[in-house]
Write a protein that binds this ligand. Structure first.
Ligand SMILES: [Zn+2]
Length: 316
């Protein structure tokens, strides 16, 4: 099959995705988020219903291996709401894995096979917490990787290489966590050295460092700029993000911008009594973006850009 996007309920034609929120979490447990984890199917279905009501048709769920992924939960939420969910496999930065975790112990070949299994057979029903894999019938659609603030540790580099190998073998796209918007150029270099070109890479959290010159350079290399802290006012007002998008569109990089909210904490979800909630993108930000950048640029950012970015390429 040519030109598909893999969702938890199977491959879909890219244009069938509709409007896309390109970075969320529906199930998440991490050592770095003590007391702020979440993963209740009914609560997340309510949150996703509000996202759907705001005009979003697809959610990219970027929870990687070992951080509370629930493949049956993702499939249930998708079936219950009718919203497409693209699930991730991959590995996060060191801060999310406690000392002694198997991700530090296993060789690159094992790290790679775990990802390929999630992408080609089906995500492990136990999220690789053993004792042996039990592949589900739901495949991952994207590889999530990560580095630390201003650096990539040796362990992170090993996991980045394993992720790149899995991307080459399967054709799946790659999303990389750039801590506080750092390491974009270096991560593109590392992935390119491992055979993954920049146009297969989504750089997450770049809006934490809203530097238009830097972003233009990254987009010129072909990378997608994932602005995924919409509505997170403690970082900066949304007006800064709107201005940044305006600069990218004016500079000819409107085809490289993707949006999300990444409300990755229980306290940020309305279903748990928190805020701003996952629907802040469609409810609040998209109308402001449309007023600023117009219908065509907004449609590119929510629709055609993610359709292209999420489509699997030919594998090796
Ligand atoms: Zn995230």
């Amino acid at each position: 099959m040519n030109g598909f996007v893999m969702t938890v309920l199977g491959p879909v034609d890219p244009a069938g995705l509709g409007a896309v929120d390109a970075h969320e979490h529906l199930f998440l447990h991490s050592a770095a988020l003590q007391g702020d984890q979440f993963g209740d199917v009914d609560a997340m279905a309510r949150e996703v219903e509000s996202v759907q009501a705001s005009g979003i048709d697809t959610i990219v769920e970027l929870t990687p291996v070992g951080l509370g992924r629930s493949v049956t939960g993702l499939a249930a939420v998708s079936r219950q709401t009718g919203v497409h969910v693209v699930a991730a496999t991959g590995y996060h930065r060191d801060a999310h894995y406690p000392a002694g975790h198997w991700v530090y112990r296993e060789p690159a070949s094992v790290l790679e096979e775990v990802l390929v299994a999630d992408l080609t057979s089906g995500i492990d029903g136990r999220d690789w917490q053993g004792p042996q894999p039990s592949p589900s019938s739901h495949r991952a659609g994207i590889i999530k990787l990560g580095a630390s603030y201003q650096r990539a540790s040796a362990a992170e580099r090993l996991r980045l290489s394993a992720g790149a190998a899995a991307a080459r073998r399967t054709g799946a796209p790659v999303a990389v966590h750039c801590e506080i918007g750092t390491m974009g150029p270096e991560l593109l270099d590392l992935l390119a050295d491992d055979g993954v070109p920049a146009n297969r890479v989504l750089l997450a959290h770049l809006d934490r460092n809203p530097d238009p010159g830097l972003h233009a350079e990254l987009a010129a290399r072909g990378a997608y700029l994932l602005y995924d802290t919409v509505g997170r006012i403690k970082y900066r007002p949304d007006s800064v993000l709107l201005e940044l998008i305006g600069r990218m569109v004016d500079g000819g990089y409107g085809d490289k911008v993707l949006l999300g909210t990444d409300v990755g904490r229980r306290s940020q979800l309305r279903a748990y009594g928190g805020g701003p909630g996952m629907a802040v993108l469609g409810e609040t930000f998209v109308p402001r973006l449309r007023a600023l950048a117009g219908d065509d640029a907004t449609a590119a950012i929510l629709r055609t850009n993610p359709w292209t970015a999420l489509t699997w390429s030919a594998s090796e």
